[in-house]
Ligand binder design. Structure first.
Ligand SMILES: NC(=O)c1ccc[n+]([C@@H]2O[C@H](COP(=O)([O-])OP(=O)(O)OC[C@H]3O[C@@H](n4cnc5c(N)ncnc54)[C@H](OP(=O)(O)O)[C@@H]3O)[C@@H](O)[C@H]2O)c1
Length: 320
């Protein structure tokens, strides 16, 4: 098969259906065009941090990086779940360099403490994977809505704190695990704490995932050329997070969901593939660039992007 051949008409139709693209059949179809040589690239002497690494896509990502011989730091919020994941990743990968750090992405204090105690002077990669979809409105002690705090403000602060070490690492990378759900949302900073409307967890989640894709472009400009920045979406993946947050969707799609390894595939690929094949600031799906918008109404302007950046700067500066 010609790996560079453009997608056929059937491929384009199946991709447009979403259902036969985000599901496991979509992964298998797209995987026919993957370059097997990419799977042999090793990451020895590299240090990678993966947030939310004790479950689902994060655990599969950490395992994929460990199998490529990277030193992997699992950033988890629960000691017992983190320790169990660490032991399992060490056993499955046969690779001893798997470390555990406890931190809560929704807590600025916890992230600052993490950055202070991390021993690594150079970091080659940071995967912002931790996330959850909540069906109730919850505010953090800082007064931020939990979904926004976990997916947007926490990753923003951690990136800021670790960017000198990312810049010190060779050919470093920053990767956001976003979601195809973000295609439904336009960025809108007017009621981030949901005080003026009934809370909708699915919208709050998809909106935060949209913000991640916008911030990918913003970080890409600011961290170039030292650090390459990417966002991706994993498709629909069979994980504890989906089963808990979307039980009806889970029951309906269960037999068609991707495995966590399939969901993590593009993250591990973005970590390892030659940098010249991964232009910075892009959004990816199944090892290919993906559009950032499917609908005209979700497109933002540069002033929206600037406002988002200023909002994040101000929010993370509050507790400095
Ligand atoms: N599964 C899908 O179909 C799908 C689709 C699109 C995008 N995603 C994205 O993929 C990422 C991983 O999700 P998943 O499906 O693998 O779910 P998962 O199995 O529930 O894993 C989520 C991970 O994030 C951690 N986490 C959540 N909030 C955290 C916080 N405040 N601080 C630290 N860690 C936190 C969880 O820790 P605990 O175990 O302690 O809760 C868990 O390790 C998420 O960003 C999700 O939005 C998933």
């Amino acid at each position: 098969m010609d790996l560079n051949a453009p997608p056929s008409l059937l491929d384009r139709l199946l991709d447009r259906s979403v259902y036969f693209s985000f599901d496991a059949s979509g992964y298998r179809r797209h995987a026919q065009k993957f370059d097997p040589a990419d799977d042999q690239i090793q990451l020895e002497d590299q240090v990678w941090l993966v947030t939310g690494a004790n479950s689902g896509i994060g655990r599969a990502t950490a395992l994929g990086l460990a199998r490529r011989s990277a030193t992997v730091v699992l950033v988890c919020r629960d000691e017992a779940r983190g320790s169990a994941a660490r032991a399992e990743i060490q056993r499955l990968s046969g690779h001893p360099n798997v470390q555990l750090e406890i931190a809560d992405l929704s807590s600025p204090g916890s992230l600052r403490a993490l950055a202070e105690r991390l021993p690594h002077p150079e970091i080659n990669g940071l995967v912002h994977n931790a996330g959850a979809l909540s069906d109730t409105r919850q505010l953090t002690p800082e007064g931020n809505e939990l979904t926004w705090a976990t997916h947007v403000l926490g990753p923003f602060l951690l990136t800021k704190l670790l960017s000198p070490r990312l810049k010190a690492g060779v050919a470093s990378r920053l990767i956001f695990v976003s979601s195809g759900g973000m295609y439904t949302q336009r960025i809108d900073l007017s009621d981030l704490d949901w005080s003026q409307r009934p809370f909708d967890g699915t919208v709050a989640y998809a909106h935060a995932k949209r913000a991640q894709v916008i911030l990918t472009k913003e970080w890409a400009q600011r961290l170039a050329p030292a650090v390459s920045v990417s966002a991706m979406h994993p498709g629909w993946v069979d994980t504890p997070g989906v089963e808990k947050a979307l039980p009806r969707f889970y029951r309906f799609t269960r037999g068609r969901l991707r495995t966590p390894e399939q969901g993590a595939d593009t993250v591990v690929w973005l970590a390892a593939a030659p940098r010249e094949r991964i232009p910075t600031g892009r959004f990816w799906f199944d090892r290919r660039p993906a559009p950032e918008h499917l609908l005209e109404r979700t497109k933002e302007h540069q002033e929206d992007r600037d406002r988002l950046w200023r909002h994040c700067e101000a929010a993370v500066a509050v507790n400095e």
